[in-house]
Design a protein around this ligand. Structure first.
Ligand code: DGY
Length: 424
């Protein structure tokens, strides 16, 4: 890539975040996603820190306006915070029906990237005094969120947190969820999808998917958002390897930040949770696929689907040597990597959301983990693929791994933020 093109992409990325800024939070993209999303916000803050440090910390402060405070859900950070009304998205706050109203939120979470993004932001920040002040506010709230994950999503202290909604995985329609979701009844109530007003249906989840995830949203409300009832009775209960790995890594970063800045948190409980995950993680290893995979909590079976979440094991510091061969083979098969489902697999669809397309923020995490674990050649391949996609197609929501074409939403915040972080 020429230096001129790099400068142009940097200007466009900064303009994208400015255009999506809603005065404290950043919408992922206009129309399709008009509110603040949890894991989007964490990645987006990583972009802001490269050119507007105060704004980066604000992104987290605004996200935490959505955190729940007492009762069994204490510490919960929802996947959507509805800071304003907008009718271009379904399901809005009235559909979720949560008791929190100022601001209203959804009732499920998302992969907890926060502590890792915060640590990287701390390392980058030039104004260390302002950064330390922000972290003293934010880190205790994130520690309560980790406690929420371990307490409510792993009530048996097995070491493997579960998730109770495909939207909570952030990788909504990944092929791994198909069987578990097929057990969930289709809702029979009327509702109006809005995503198809913005993006072609061939790039979005199916109607069958929506009917079942709406049922799950309503199930949460009918369970009065009680995590005990949900953990026992929710018809969709899976262990998502990506969430396990992201949480595990984030717990290490949380402990490190708290230690470095002398912020009081319950470090012993977090260390114990980490130790349990280290012991339990081998249960996610698929000998057949040479890859960490997901687990169906209801059937007890591993879900033998080749989806890319397992490649976050390096990022978590739980790598298996043979997985390097698997990633290498995946990259050989895909002109642009890393595809969210292996090219050529039965359920691979090049353009449908999480069933094949490449996501740049995932590549960012893969590259970081590979580099940290000494898999330099693979890290370089992932990086080269990402840079080629930025160069060819700009800041789309996701990309076709066969052609490199941009897909989904345009002028997308976390994609622009990923460029800002990765360019240097
Ligand atoms: C959507 O609406 O597509 C989101 O991924 C749910 O958070």
């Amino acid at each position: 890539m020429t230096p001129e093109r790099r400068d142009q992409l940097t200007r466009e990325a900064q303009a994208t975040l400015r255009a999506n800024d809603r005065g404290g939070y950043t919408q992922p993209t206009a129309g399709l996603y008009p509110f603040q999303w949890d894991w989007d916000a964490a990645v987006t803050a990583l972009g802001w820190i490269t050119f507007d440090e105060p704004r980066a910390w604000e992104e987290f402060r605004w996200l935490l306006k959505g955190q729940w405070h007492d009762g069994p859900q204490d510490g919960f950070i929802p996947h959507i915070v509805f800071h304003q009304r907008a009718d271009s998205y379904f399901p809005g706050p009235d559909e979720w029906g949560t008791p929190k109203t100022d601001p209203p939120t959804s009732s499920i979470s998302q992969p907890p990237l926060h502590a890792t993004m915060l640590r990287w932001m701390w390392q980058r920040a030039r104004d260390k005094a302002a950064a330390a002040q922000a972290l003293r506010e934010i880190v205790p709230a994130i520690a309560r969120h980790h406690a929420w994950w371990y307490r409510t999503r792993d009530p048996q202290a097995s070491g493997l947190v579960m998730t109770i909604h495909p939207w909570e995985t952030g990788r909504d329609n990944a092929p791994s969820w198909d069987e578990a979701l097929a057990r969930v009844p289709r809702t029979t109530r009327p509702y109006q999808r809005r995503d198809l007003d913005h993006v072609a249906g061939s790039q979005r989840p199916t109607q069958d998917f929506y009917d079942r995830v709406v049922f799950l949203m309503d199930f949460n409300r009918e369970a009065n958002f009680d995590p005990g009832v949900i953990a026992r009775e929710c018809p969709f209960r899976v262990v998502d390897a990506a969430i396990v790995f992201i949480l595990h890594r984030a717990t290490s970063d949380l402990l490190a930040l708290a230690d470095e800045l002398s912020i009081p948190i319950d470090a012993a409980a977090l260390r114990a949770a980490r130790a349990r995950t280290e012991v339990a993680a081998p249960q996610l290893w698929s000998q057949t696929l040479g890859l960490y995979v997901n687990l169906d909590q209801v059937s007890g079976a591993r879900i033998e689907q080749p989806v890319h979440g397992g490649f976050l094991s390096w990022y978590a510091g739980i790598a298996a040597r043979t997985q390097a061969h698997t990633l290498s083979a995946w990259l050989d098969d895909a002109p642009f990597g890393v595809p969210s489902t292996r090219v050529g697999a039965d359920r691979f669809e090049a353009q449908r959301y999480w069933r094949g397309p490449v996501w740049q923020h995932m590549n960012l995490l893969f590259e970081a983990g590979l580099r940290e674990q000494g898999e330099t050649a693979l890290a370089d391949r992932v990086r080269a693929s990402s840079l080629a996609l930025f160069d060819a197609s700009g800041f789309h929501e996701y990309y076709d791994p066969l052609t490199g074409a941009g897909l989904g939403g345009t002028r997308f915040s976390w994609t622009a933020a990923s460029w800002l972080h990765m360019r240097s």
